[in-house]
Design a protein around this ligand. Sequence first.
Ligand SMILES: Cc1cc2nc3c(=O)[nH]c(=O)nc-3n(C[C@H](O)[C@H](O)[C@H](O)COP(=O)(O)OP(=O)(O)OC[C@H]3O[C@@H](n4cnc5c(N)ncnc54)[C@H](O)[C@@H]3O)c2cc1C
Length: 685
Amino acid sequence: METLRTLPGDDVRQIMWRFADRYDIQMTVQSARSLARTLVARLVAEGARHTHEWTDHKAQLLDAFDSSGLTALFMDPHQGGFIEGPKNLALALVAFELAWVDAGAATCSLATNLALAPIHERGTPDQRDSYMSRCVPPQPGEDRTIIRGAFALTEPLPYVGVETNTLVGKLRVAEWEEGKEPILQVDKRGRFITGMDFANFATCAVDTDDPRIKTSCIVIVEDTDEGLFDRGAPTLKMVHQLSSTRDPVFNLKVPASRIVGGYTVKDGVIVPNYTHSEIIGAVFHRTRVPVALMSTAKLLSAVEPVIRYHRQRFRGGDAQPGTPKFDLGIQQKQDAVLRLAEVWAMGEAGASLGFETARLFDQLDPSEKEKDRIFSEQGIMGPKSQLSALRKVEKQAIELLGLEAQPEGQRDEARIEALKADPLVRYATLEALANILCPACKLWNTGQGANMMREVLALMGGYGITEDCPGFLFYKWTDCQLEATYEGPEAVQRRHLSITMTNEVFLARLRIWIEEFNILAATRPETGAGAVAASMELWLWTLEFLHRAKDPSGARLYHNRRQNVTFPMADALCWVMASRAQVGDVLELAEKGPENPIVAEGLEGTLGFFADLSMVQAARAAGECARVCAQMVYGFGPQDEAELAAFEALRAGIDRATAGAALAKDRAGQALTQVMIPEALDYPQ
Ligand SMILES: Cc1cc2nc3c(=O)[nH]c(=O)nc-3n(C[C@H](O)[C@H](O)[C@H](O)COP(=O)(O)OP(=O)(O)OC[C@H]3O[C@@H](n4cnc5c(N)ncnc54)[C@H](O)[C@@H]3O)c2cc1C
């Protein structure tokens, strides 16, 4: 039987992650990869990670990011960038490529973008163009120095984490002369602020401490402003050492025009157009996706070094080339290859989920701008009024999803066109999905990714926990924990999901997926689509159950404060979402692979292998989902017998839907014993 011949190359990935027709993105990927496997790998190999201090050695990264084009990637062409339109997928791929070698370097390359993100998402056009173009490296003949930024939300213990509304940083009016622009006093201490060693500006979250300023906001401070711009003590960190982190102190005077998004003056009071939390919501929505993919890159990067290591073990004694002992080493033992297949399967699922989310944001970006334009024309400002206006279009969004799910030829095309032409309907449809996929990939790819990286080290035995461990795997494992923590730790993502996963537009989409995946289960059973369908069905049933069920004290089970219910349900959904995305990528490869001559060669083996991984992962996800749902239904009982019987029938269905998964894992493990790998790792150790 045909099996995987070589590790999947770019042509396969471009199809699966949908950038086969984006030459600009392909070139960016190549730049990031070559930088990762030269300078970044050299820095790690030379021990640059052995200190938390920012050193000249590490600072070489900044010039390299500038000269390779990565610094300018976030900007639009008129600001000095080179990609027109949304860049979420491009940024996600760059983070993935750099994190393949070192995620600290990936973070370092994105730090200024994070600082710019509040300005990009909610800044005035002037703020946007001014800061974005000053952050682009000077072109030949240009007389200016590049500026870099830091993003300062988090404050010293025990105050601000990432989802809190409490801010200690303060904003006051320093001077306000009649007819002139107010001058503001910014007082902010940051904790764990990335890029602080070389930042020239910082976007700081501050609360009002003055009756003449209405709300919190984000304000831009610069190192040339009057007052204190103290970079603070370096963070004594043991992860991501290739990025800079310090605890800065700012006490500065800035003009009011530095309020991100601008302000109006009403009855002698400065009213910022956006509060800090409105801006942060939009920022983290997007920036969490590349972070999720950093952990995923590590799982996939581990495959080759583990195979190499396993094949070379047990060669001592009388092992001769051509014998299984010499050629396969530890790979003769089933467990070694089966566990690696699981690592690979989870890496694929994470990549599918993360890149799907990045692509979704590329669609959402223009749609969100259009929504904002319409709302501002209609005078609907502020998050609360926007939310209630959007509620009204949710019904149409659900109608559109339902119509689109009907078979072509039988559906009302005119109505579909009318609904699709409504930008608010489009926005509501995309946003409901983004609100699930973004926290899901941040939570699942990083948290479960960190757990799975432990398996990777275990597969290297004692070598795995030495400095000689190939592929820098030990560093990669510990780095995952930071990715699971920053931009909102796991609890914050679970909180986000516990609110958004009950959105009716999302639930309507889920019902459609269940139908689609049930059909797929009949036509493409080898992908694991049946297990995904059964998991989605059980999860949805359990969610509905939790809304009607009570505990013995008569209290409702699904409640914001009941994290023993909402959090496990959020986790279960993540497993299923990742598997759903993975099946989608396998189907894409099946459809588009034959059109590409390089991929077409050996496609049967590649596709069979990816389908096996997808099935393995779907069975695992089904198990996790079923376990959580069972805990919900039985754990808060006693419940009505009829409810339990209905649940048991669905749960039995889930188990049955994983039929063949162990065989798929056997095949995937076997493929790992035969796949060709390059002679040597492609970056220095
Ligand atoms: C190296 C590094 C770089 C960083 N870079 C930046 C940066 O550039 N800019 C910036 O602003 N910040 C930055 N941070 C800060 C980072 O975003 C925060 O550390 C992170 O979001 C977690 O917040 P916290 O440390 O305050 O955790 P806490 O809020 O103290 O949370 C601790 C734990 O408490 C639990 N918990 C918290 N909230 C809840 C809840 N609502 N419900 C249930 N449980 C909960 C969770 O288990 C959580 O993990 C960085 C951090 C590090 C370590």
